[in-house]
Design a protein. Structure first.
Length: 127
């Protein structure tokens, strides 16, 4: 071995404990950084899950409201149809059984008065 190699090896043997301590400290620091990043990542993932659950709850609530409105509309539609059919039936009964128009005969004297009234000239003064 040359003198340069002996010096280098001797210097390395002297600083070997320091290099070992440096790598241990570096490993601990990197481990802590990974731990912190992992914790942050897990917190973000849990927040995403919470947001997803909230969105699902909103969708479920909206669906329930829509179903309730649809059910209410269907029930009110059925009630309106029942009322319509009842009114229609009552109207048909009235038209079939009750006299709506009366046959009235006007006498000759009544027709003469009517014709005189219609054919009289229109003046500004009443007669």
């Amino acid at each position: 071995m040359s003198i340069g190699a002996k010096v280098t090896w001797a210097a390395f043997q002297k600083i070997q404990p320091l290099v070992l301590i440096f790598f241990i400290v570096l490993s601990v620091i990197l481990g802590v950084i990974c731990l912190l990043l992992g914790t942050k990542n897990m917190m973000l993932q849990s927040q995403l899950l919470v947001n997803k659950e909230n969105k699902i709850e909103v969708i479920v609530d909206t669906t329930e409201i829509a179903n309730a409105l649809s059910k209410g509309y269907s029930e009110s539609k059925i009630e309106r149809e029942i009322i319509y059919e009842k009114i229609k039936g009552d109207t048909e009964t009235i038209v079939k059984h009750d006299t709506v128009f009366l046959n009235v005969c006007i006498s000759d004297d009544g027709m003469q008065h009517y014709n005189n009234f219609v054919s009289s000239p229109v003046t500004g003064k009443p007669e």
